[in-house]
Write a protein that binds this ligand. Structure first.
Ligand code: OAD
Length: 233
């Protein structure tokens, strides 16, 4: 590992080629479901079965997919760089690929937690969280997901990490959801920022912006090829 630090912010687009739907693309999950019905604390109060079913389906699918070229290319970077991944994704495809430093901003699908004590987090055995499943305090277990309207507790740590990047990479996120979308503002002035997405995104004024307008698989492989050999002091 060299002294150079690469911080990578990822979103649903990096897992698209593994077969996981994004949220806001055409055909995405938020076309099929209403956010307010499945991804808010109010939805949990109103219709727990629907919320559980939504995340059970996501979790079940996660057991059927595998990391793709983009997840794997980021692992390759660790041979030369100190790589930190900040992901908005609740899948564990970065970990499955072998990335060693992964921070989840919006929770993790394979974990569940107590609905009364958020420090009680458990690995779920299998894909299905059932309505009667309870934590050790006797309260219902809920998905370990940060829902809309809930605080994103990892943001201060993610902002700190972003401010220490020598190179910043953004892959497969529409940058629509805050505060995650504001992390790029913590990157030090002059830091090269690479943006990999097949769509045209507006990221504001970043002097050292390099846009790779491609899908994550080919785009990330290209970037990794460019960066390898330049990481060691
Ligand atoms: P979005 O669905 O908003 O954006 C997906 C991005 O991926 C878009 O910019 C697409 O152009 C891009 N994309 C699509 N296919 C791609 C591919 N093959 N390779 C690379 N990029 C591709 O997803 P996020 O930005 O991750 O939060 O959404 C942020 C948050 O909103 C999610 O974490 C989730 C969601 O609601 C919660 O549920 C709390």
């Amino acid at each position: 590992m060299s002294g150079k630090r690469i911080v990578v912010l990822t979103g649903a687009g990096i897992s698209a080629e593994s077969g996981i739907k994004t949220f806001r693309d055409s055909g995405g999950l938020w076309e099929e479901y209403n956010i307010m019905d499945v991804a808010t604390p109010e939805a949990w109060e109103r219709n727990r079965e629907l919320v559980l079913e939504f995340y059970n389906q996501r979790r079940k699918q996660l057991y059927e997919v595998a990391p793709n070229d983009a997840h794997c290319a980021l692992v390759e970077l660790e041979k030369e760089y100190d790589v930190h991944i900040i992901t908005q994704n609740v899948d564990d495809l970065h970990e499955q690929a072998g990335s060693s430093q992964v921070m989840h901003l919006h929770g993790e699908l394979k974990k569940v937690r107590s609905s009364v004590d958020e420090t009680l987090v458990y690995d779920l055995d299998g894909w299905e969280l059932k309505p009667g499943d309870k934590c050790e305090k006797g309260s219902p277990l809920r998905p370990h997901i940060v829902w809309f309207g809930e605080p994103v507790n990892m943001i201060p740590a993610a902002a700190d990490l972003s401010s220490t990047a020598d190179i910043y990479v953004i892959i497969g996120t529409s940058l629509n959801v805050y505060p995650a979308a504001s992390l790029v503002n913590y990157v030090r002035p002059g830091t090269p920022v690479y943006l990999i997405d097949p769509d045209d995104l507006s990221v504001g004024h970043i002097p050292e912006l390099h846009v790779i307008k491609e899908k994550a698989g080919t785009g990330t492989k290209k970037l990794v090829k460019e960066l390898m050999g330049k990481g060691k002091p």
